[in-house]
Design a protein around this ligand. Structure first.
Ligand code: NI
Length: 374
C-alpha cells in the first residue's frame, strides 16, 4: 500500500488513526492538526483561513488548466460506537459513523498522488477538508471564508454502503435532498371538553393540517419528482376532559428541485391560512431552511463518468433522501458529488457502521479525484 513520503505511514494506518480519534462538528481541532501535519510533510501548500477547524490547501502544476476543488468532510457524530473493529473510537460517545474518516483519507491520498505528479498537472487542484458537515453549517462557512473563489469546478464523494466496493455512482441532476424542518403552532382557546362551543379547538385544526399536508406531494408535485412531507411530532393537551389552548406540530420536508421546495413552502402557508379561517384559530408556520439539494452539473458529471468507466464499475445511483451540505458549494461553483461503494450492511449513522477498505476502495477514491475534467 502506498505510503506518505514523510513518515512512512500507510493510508490504512491514517484511516485507522482518524477513526480512533473522531471529533464533533466545529470541534475538529485534533483532526485539523493531523491533516495539516500530513500535508505539510508532503510539502503541500496550505491556504490561509479564518476558520478554526478545517484545512485548505492547493497543488498547482506547471501547465495551464482549470482550477478544481476536491472536498472531503472531516467531522464525526455523537454516537456510541458498537463495532468490533480493533481501531474503535477512543473518544467516548463520538464516532465516525458516516465514513468521513474515509473521505479524509481518500483526499489525503489524492494529495499525495497529485504531489507526485505535480509537474504533469494541468491547472490547479484545491484540497478542501471541510468541517461540520453533519450539522449542515460547515459548507457555508467554507464558502464565506472564500475557499471556493477562483474555482472552475468542485468535486466531492460520499461512501455508499449499498454499493459494492469497486463501484462508483455518478449521475447528472439531483442526487441528495434539500432537508428542511418546520414547526407549526396552533393557538386556540382551551376549555371544558364538554363545552366546546366556548373554545377554539386547536386539536381539530391540527388534525386537519396533518391530513391536508399529505396531499401536497400527491396533488401538487409531479410524479416524476421525488418529495417527502413527514409530520413527526404532535403535542397538545394533558388530560381527557380539558381542551388545550395550543398544539404544536414538528416535521421535515425533503425535495430535490428548488421549484418543488418553494411550492411546498407556499402550500404550507396557504393551508395554514385556510385552516385559520375554517377553525377560527391562529396558526404560525416556522420554516427551518436547511441545506439545498445536491444537484450535479451535467457536463462535469459526464466527463467524470467517462474518465472513470475504464477504471472502475460506474453505475447510475438512486437519489438519496439524506442531505449533504456539499450543495452549498454547488451554488457557488459548478460541481459533482459522487457515491463510492463501501459495502454495507449498516446504513449511515448506525452505531455499527463501517466502511469496508478491502480490495481497492481507497485507490479508487483517489482515481476519482484524479480523473477530473482536465
Ligand atoms: Ni456523511
Amino acid at each position: 500500500m502506498s505510503r506518505f513520503a514523510n513518515d512512512g505511514k500507510t493510508f490504512q494506518s491514517i484511516f485507522e488513526e482518524l477513526h480512533q480519534n473522531p471529533e464533533l462538528s466545529l470541534h475538529e481541532y485534533e483532526t485539523t492538526k493531523r491533516i495539516k501535519n500530513w500535508l505539510q510533510g508532503q510539502s503541500v501548500t496550505l491556504r490561509e483561513t479564518s476558520l478554526p477547524t478545517g484545512v485548505f490547501a492547493e497543488i498547482s502544476g506547471d501547465l495551464n488548466g482549470p482550477a478544481v476543488g476536491l472536498r472531503a468532510d472531516i467531522d464525526a457524530l455523537p454516537i456510541h460506537e458498537q463495532t468490533d473493529l480493533p481501531y474503535q473510537s477512543q473518544n467516548e460517545g463520538v464516532m465516525h459513523a458516516c465514513g468521513h474518516d474515509f473521505h479524509t483519507t481518500a483526499l489525503l491520498w489524492a494529495a499525495a498522488l497529485l504531489k507526485q505528479n505535480q509537474l504533469d498537472l494541468p491547472g490547479t487542484v484545491r484540497l478542501i477538508f471541510q468541517p461540520a458537515e453533519e450539522t449542515g453549517h460547515g459548507g457555508l462557512k467554507v464558502v464565506k471564508d472564500g475557499q471556493l473563489k477562483g474555482l472552475d469546478a468542485v468535486v466531492g464523494i460520499h461512501n455508499k454502503p449499498d454499493l459494492p466496493v469497486g463501484t462508483i455512482g455518478i449521475k447528472a441532476g439531483p442526487l441528495m435532498a434539500a432537508c428542511d424542518k418546520f414547526k407549526i403552532t396552533f393557538n386556540g382557546i382551551g376549555g371544558h371538553a364538554a363545552i366546546p362551543e366556548r373554545t377554539r379547538d386547536p386539536i381539530v385544526a391540527a388534525s386537519s393540517f396533518v391530513q391536508t399536508a399529505q396531499t401536497i406531494v400527491s396533488r401538487n408535485i409531479s410524479p416524476k419528482h421525488e418529495a417527502v412531507v413527514s409530520i413527526t411530532s404532535i403535542h397538545g393537551g394533558d388530560v381527557w376532559n380539558v381542551l388545550p389552548g395550543k398544539v404544536e406540530l414538528l416535521g421535515t420536508v425533503r425535495t430535490f428541485y428548488d421549484q418543488d421546495r418553494d411550492l411546498i413552502i407556499d402550500r404550507f402557508a396557504a393551508i395554514a391560512d385556510g385552516l385559520q379561517q375554517a377553525f377560527n384559530v391562529q396558526i404560525a408556520v416556522e420554516w427551518g431552511q436547511g441545506t439545498p439539494s445536491v444537484f450535479n452539473e451535467e457536463k462535469i458529471a459526464r466527463i467524470i463518468r467517462e474518465a472513470n468507466e475504464n477504471e472502475v464499475r460506474v453505475v447510475t445511483p438512486e437519489v438519496s433522501v439524506a442531505g449533504d451540505d456539499f450543495s452549498c458549494f454547488q451554488r457557488e461553483v459548478p460541481g459533482v458529488f459522487a457515491f463510492v461503494g463501501s459495502n454495507g450492511p449498516e446504513d449511515w449513522h448506525h452505531p455499527a457502521y463501517r466502511v469496508t477498505l478491502k480490495g481497492s476502495a481507497l485507490p479508487q477514491n483517489s482515481i476519482i479525484a484524479l480523473r477530473l475534467p482536465f
